[in-house]
Ligand binder design. Structure first.
Ligand SMILES: [Zn+2]
Length: 214
């Protein structure tokens, strides 16, 4: 992990834990309308993709997800739960089982992409291969993709189908690939707090649009 990524991840992580623990301890009574699981992909023994200068995908995913959590506190009707809060490994299928168990309304998995060709860049959103254009998961993916592209200005690689672990989700579910850590310039952006914040804004805006504009 580069110095810049390490510093920004630590800062956001500290803020996340401060807020998370103070909210847990204070136990204010919230009346949540929607529960959304945001899943920072990989973690622990699974670093995810490795990019330029050895940056690990798992850290970028975690920082962005923590930012989504922090920003979601402005929306009391929304309860964002992170599928992992630490650098820990949790089986992807266990993350889905937990989301099903708590009856989450939405599931958004956050990832960063990698490719052998270092000139490839851009944002894409994936749904499980059986989710057709008329499905709620596809609609969620389209909204996520629109917001990510307009917030970041990154290349629009569209919504794609793939065999994914989110197939077992009992709620609309999509997986965002927020950029390529194998692309020198995009990797740099993905390590900056301001760009990570734009991505978190896009994810949160998409969640709100999906939930409130059916
Ligand atoms: Zn990944």
């Amino acid at each position: 992990m580069t110095q810049r990524l390490r510093t920004s991840s630590i800062l956001v992580g500290l803020l996340f834990w401060l807020v998370f623990l103070s909210l847990s301890a204070g136990s204010p009574i919230f009346t949540h309308r929607f529960t959304v699981v945001v899943d920072p992909g990989h973690g622990g023994k699974d670093p995810g993709a490795i990019g330029v200068d050895g940056i690990c995908e798992k850290w970028i995913n975690l920082t962005i997800a923590q930012m989504v959590y922090l920003k979601s506190l402005d929306h009391p009707a929304l309860r964002v739960i992170l599928a992992r809060r630490n650098d820990e490994y949790i089986y992807p299928t266990d993350r889905i089982k937990e989301a099903n168990r708590i009856g989450a309304d939405l599931y958004v998995s956050v990832h960063a992409n990698a490719y052998s060709n270092a000139s490839v860049s851009g944002v894409e959103t994936l749904v499980h291969e059986t989710q057709g254009r008329g499905s709620q998961s596809y609609r969620l993916a389209e909204i996520l993709q629109q917001h990510l592209v307009s917030q970041t200005g990154a290349r629009d690689r569209g919504v794609k189908w793939a065999p994914l672990f989110i197939r077992q989700a009992q709620m609309p579910a999509a997986l965002v690939e927020v950029g390529f850590i194998t692309h020198r310039f995009e990797a740099k952006l993905l390590q900056s707090l301001s760009y990570q914040s734009k991505i978190a804004d896009a994810i949160l805006d998409a969640i709100l649009e999906f939930l409130y504009k059916p």
